[in-house]
Design a protein around this ligand. Sequence first.
Ligand SMILES: [Zn+2]
Length: 102
Amino acid sequence: MAEGIEEELAQLADLTHIEIGRREKRPLCNICSRPVGVCWCWSLGRQRVETSCRVVILQHPHEEKRCLRTAPILQAALPKGAYVEVKGKRFPFSRLVYLENT
Ligand SMILES: [Zn+2]
């Protein structure tokens, strides 16, 4: 019985040499910060999407932690000044009214 346990422990000790997970980080896109393999910034083209209005993104801090990275892609697709990102948990009118004049 003791031999069985020792043999089992020796087998388990061999498992400590197994590499778990990825050691190197995947290369990231310099526009959206997504891994290059799943980035679709290339599909945006060179010309930005013209808008007649400004796009305002209201982003909760928990959304920022998610790795969807859609906000940077939207920002890359729109002309400068057509995109505003406001981060927070609540967005009362008093906080957003300044956007009207900026
Ligand atoms: Zn990208």
